[in-house]
Design a protein around this ligand. Structure first.
Ligand SMILES: *[C@@H]1O[C@H](CO)[C@@H](O)[C@H](O)[C@H]1NC(C)=O
Ligand SMILES: *[C@@H]1O[C@H](CO)[C@@H](O)[C@H](O)[C@H]1NC(C)=O
Ligand SMILES: *[C@@H]1O[C@H](CO)[C@@H](O)[C@H](O)[C@H]1NC(C)=O
Ligand SMILES: *[C@@H]1O[C@H](CO)[C@@H](O)[C@H](O)[C@H]1NC(C)=O
Ligand SMILES: *[C@@H]1O[C@H](CO)[C@@H](O)[C@H](O)[C@H]1NC(C)=O
Ligand SMILES: *[C@@H]1O[C@H](CO)[C@@H](O)[C@H](O)[C@H]1NC(C)=O
Ligand SMILES: *[C@@H]1O[C@H](CO)[C@@H](O)[C@H](O)[C@H]1NC(C)=O
Ligand SMILES: *[C@@H]1O[C@H](CO)[C@@H](O)[C@H](O)[C@H]1NC(C)=O
Length: 348
């Protein structure tokens, strides 16, 4: 076909990407982790919230950045209405929904991290470039780090966390749903309103009509899990099921997304076998056969980031190079965290 007849979209989709290889992309404008990553459309990825280094210590941010896939470039977008890390973010019909997350809580006597839940909700319309307030999360359901999925007009949030301190980090079971048509939160049948065990920082994915919650941890970072929880969204009264097929390597703080019927999962933290505490695993779950496959490990192993799939690539911006809070000596300096600006994609 003559080039002139190919749309930009076709060219982007056909960009060379050898299956099962890692592709380095333009680094983020600043090191960053604990953000959320979504695709607005087939050409634009957005990262929302998280923490970025300000002086010596990372701080919770409201910065939103767009990545243009065709030109491999980043640009600053209109900031989120509040500073938030581990935000619950989803795209429905080209609009970005920011549904709560973790925010800086009251300062602790020793000045250590104290993140608490926020239930503030907003929607961003890229065409109008405006954030608009939505109904907040119902009292008692405020949280961040939930596993999210989009099913038609609905955004589902499963599990998550209501707080994070150095020595205490909770995880919850609750499942809630936001209806983007009515602009309101909806109740789920009791059997669907809780995952079988509390989780934070796993991978949430809706494939067809089934919502999957994969891996993640409960409470402390070393309490990593390998479970696959499943809910048929068209038969919610039947409740959550646990797949007999576990992830090959239990992990928390991992990232992932779905391409076709396969959920790809990457990295994470809570690894007792590496100096950094980070996992390098790339493992794929085929939802049709319920089988796991181990794939090419991450070239730059990371945790605490969020992945998004567009076409045949899974994009993974930033993240942490080590387990947060663990003492790791790098170049004779002891680090307790190490935020990365590295940006790459896994070619499926
Ligand atoms: C990708 O980036 C990482 C981190 O900067 C680097 O270590 C690696 O060599 C790069 N890979 C390629 C193929 O350029
Ligand atoms: C995707 O969204 C971005 C940001 O709103 C916009 O600039 C771009 O034109 C959109 N691309 C397509 C193909 O709609
Ligand atoms: C939210 O729930 C808490 C605990 O049950 C209660 O103390 C508080 O009054 C509630 N707030 C609102 C706005 O309903
Ligand atoms: C979402 O809200 C609309 C408008 O109230 C309603 O018609 C629709 O049934 C709701 N969707 C679901 C899945 O409950
Ligand atoms: C798991 O979480 C519990 C509850 O916070 C904690 O007491 C325990 O130390 C954790 N274990 C590991 C291995 O992280
Ligand atoms: C991945 O990490 C494991 C330790 O968890 C290590 O044994 C292995 O060599 C690593 N693989 C690569 C390709 O770096
Ligand atoms: C590492 O740091 C210590 C303390 O600052 C110093 O005494 C030592 O010489 C350093 N070692 C190297 C190899 O730089
Ligand atoms: C983070 O880790 C990388 C890789 O080990 C290292 O090159 C870098 O210097 C570390 N960052 C800081 C701030 O020390």
């Amino acid at each position: 076909m003559p080039l002139a007849l190919l749309s930009l979209f076709d060219i982007v989709k056909s960009q060379a990407c050898t299956p099962n290889t890692w592709l380095n992309l333009t680094a983020l404008p600043a090191p960053r982790q604990e953000h959320s990553t979504v695709a607005i459309n087939d050409t634009t990825i957005a990262i929302v919230g998280g923490i970025i280094p300000i002086g010596d210590a990372p701080e919770t941010t409201d910065i939103m950045q767009f990545y243009d896939i065709s030109s491999d470039t980043w640009l600053n977008a209109t900031p989120a209405p509040y500073k938030v890390n581990n935000p619950n973010v989803a795209v429905v019909e080209g609009k970005i929904y920011l549904l709560g997350g973790l925010i800086d809580g009251p300062e602790l006597p020793d000045g250590s991290t104290n993140w608490v839940a926020s239930g503030e909700c907003y929607v961003y319309d890229p065409t109008a470039d405006v954030w608009t307030a939505l109904e907040p999360m119902p009292n008692g359901t405020e949280r961040g780090s939930a596993h999210s999925g989009v099913h038609g007009e609905m955004i589902y949030l499963a599990g998550g966390a209501t707080m994070l301190q150095n020595l205490y980090q909770d995880s919850v079971t609750m499942v809630t749903a936001f209806n983007t048509t009515s602009g309101s939160w909806q109740r789920l049948p009791p059997a669907a309103a809780g995952i079988p065990a509390s989780r934070r920082g796993g991978v949430g994915s809706i494939v067809g009509d089934t919502f999957y919650v994969i891996g993640g941890r409960w409470f402390g970072q070393l309490n990593v899990t390998s479970t696959v929880f499943m809910l048929h969204l068209n038969d919610q009264a039947a409740g959550w099921k646990t797949s007999p097929d576990h992830m090959p390597v239990p992990r928390g703080g991992l990232s992932g997304d779905v391409v076709g019927s396969i959920v790809y999962t990457f990295g994470g933290e809570g690894n007792p076998n590496t100096l950094t505490g980070v996992f390098n695993e790339t493992e794929a779950f085929d939802t049709t056969t319920q089988q796991w496959t181990k794939l090419v490990p991450m070239a730059v192993p990371r945790q605490g980031t969020h992945a998004v799939a567009v076409g045949n690539k899974v994009y993974i911006p930033g993240g942490g190079l080590q387990q947060d809070g663990k003492s790791v000596v790098v170049n004779n300096v002891t680090l307790y965290e190490n935020l990365s600006s590295h940006f790459d994609a896994y070619c499926v």
